[in-house]
Design a protein around this ligand. Structure first.
Ligand code: NZQ
Ligand code: ZN
Length: 401
């Protein structure tokens, strides 16, 4: 087991109807004037927005609002939020939504005290230091941003999507009310399920290990996600299954599944190859849901990379799907690994996720553009299990069609 630091300081407030508690939670953080950030309409339609407004008002918290965050959120709205927050003297940013709203809120939170342009944090010119507190009411379990130190923002002008990370960005409070997710459409639910499974896999498929305690936790979380996803597919308002997905999404990305698998204490486990490859796709095609892109890229990358270190892939096949090699031969191990990858891809397809990039409306002629910006983002080589150069990346993209 490698050295690690595990820090998950977010206060998770989890339960039925708990969206009505956001006011007291925000008040408990000492905030007096929040910026309430939300997306394109689902929070208004579900009634969650009015409930948050009422709860903040009842707790005596003033607030201004910034709606209209789009999926794969864009930096221009973040800049607008920073101006608004400064003008109104905001002392907390409250995100009502999923990864896109939470990440926009995080960027506003560290952009407010900074003198320069907020994009500086994403292109390496500035490091997160001072930051307003962020609180969350989650409406879609997927990105795990409610407990993560990461923030991912797109810049349409530059045609890039970039992340920045700091423990200061872990939300102070995440209110988790599974009933808010009853109305999530099957496609969004499935994209979220894919993303959370991928967050576990990115950490599992690293060169450390085996790390029995972490690996068993990780496999168990994936099995729980799969079981709940199957239930929700037929019964979208099954409380326990929705609650399972909601909590699993947070545990998938708060670094629990990386303990002992990272290269050094304080460094995230895994090479994050699938996320690196997918982010170029959703940067250039914001209409592609991050999770849907991952549904194609993750199995394709697994088939490309597993031979460099079969152990975690064999362990995944066994721990998640109960697939054992028939005997001790290399051929039997290969069959087991590939059967595990096929099982994952089949499961995602049964939920309505694509198997090919063509199903997402993408074309092989897009690949050169993705490789060009991938090289800018990641350098000439990235990844861990099998370090990928840009020819490898091109080969993976092309075999995903
Ligand atoms: O905008 P509205 O109308 O709210 O609709 C949203 C949006 O269209 C909808 N939705 C959310 N809650 C709903 C709902 N629809 C019905 N009922 C509800 N209860 O879902 C759509 C997707 O929302 P979004 O926030 O984009 O989803 P997600 O949570 O998957 O976030 C994706 C973003 O997070 C980034 C991704 O790259 C992407 O930009 N990530 C952030 C990470 C982090 N900060 O740690 C890690 C991830 O790997 C990921 O990269
Ligand atoms: Zn993700």
């Amino acid at each position: 087991m490698n050295d690690f630091i595990f820090q998950s300081p977010t206060r998770f407030v989890f339960g039925r109807g708990f969206v009505d508690r956001v006011g007291e939670e925000v008040r408990g953080l000492g905030a007096r004037h929040a910026l309430l950030v939300y997306g394109g309409g689902s929070a208004a339609r579900s009634g969650a927005l009015d409930r948050v407004r009422a709860s903040l008002a009842a707790a005596g918290v003033n607030f201004d609002e910034l709606g209209g965050v789009r999926p794969n959120p864009e930096v221009s709205l973040v800049r607008e939020g920073i101006e608004l927050a400064r003008a109104q003297g905001v002392d907390l940013v409250f995100a009502l939504g999923g990864g896109s709203v939470i990440d926009s809120s995080k960027a506003i939170a560290f952009g407010v005290p900074y003198q320069g342009d907020v994009w500086d944090f994403f292109c390496g010119k500035a490091k997160v230091g001072a930051c307003l507190p962020v609180a969350v009411a989650l409406t879609i379990p997927a990105a795990g941003s409610e407990g993560s130190p990461s923030c991912v923002i797109s810049n349409d002008e530059l045609q890039v999507k970039k992340g920045t990370s700091s423990d200061a960005l872990r939300p102070r409070v995440a209110v988790m009310d599974p009933e808010l997710t009853f109305g999530l459409p099957p496609y969004q639910t499935a994209a979220g399920v894919t993303d959370m499974i991928c967050h576990v896999c990115e950490r599992l498929f690293s060169n450390a290990g085996p790390v029995p305690v972490t690996d068993n936790v990780a496999h168990g979380i994936i099995r729980a996600i799969m079981g709940a996803a199957r239930v929700v597919h037929g019964r979208p308002d099954d409380y326990d299954a929705r609650a399972t997905l909601m909590w699993a999404g947070s545990l998938a990305h708060n670094d629990l599944c990386g303990c002992g698998r990272g290269p050094a204490a304080g460094r995230r486990a895994g090479g994050w190859e699938s996320h690196g490859l997918e982010h170029e796709i959703s940067a250039h095609h914001p209409e592609v849901a991050h999770g849907a892109g991952l549904a194609v890229i993750l199995p394709t990358w697994m088939r490309f990379a597993w031979r460099s270190n079969p152990q975690p892939f064999l362990s995944f096949a066994r721990g998640v799907f109960g697939i054992e090699p028939d005997d001790d031969s290399d051929a039997a191990r290969e069959r087991a690994v590939l059967a595990g990858i096929d099982a994952l891809e089949d499961f995602l397809a049964q939920l309505g996720m694509p198997r090919t990039l063509g199903e997402l409306g993408l074309s092989p002629s897009d690949v050169d553009t993705w490789v060009r910006t991938l090289a800018q983002n990641k350098g000439p080589v990235f990844g861990e299990v099998r370090p990928l150069d840009m020819d490898d990346a091109r080969a993976i993209y092309l075999s995903a069609f």
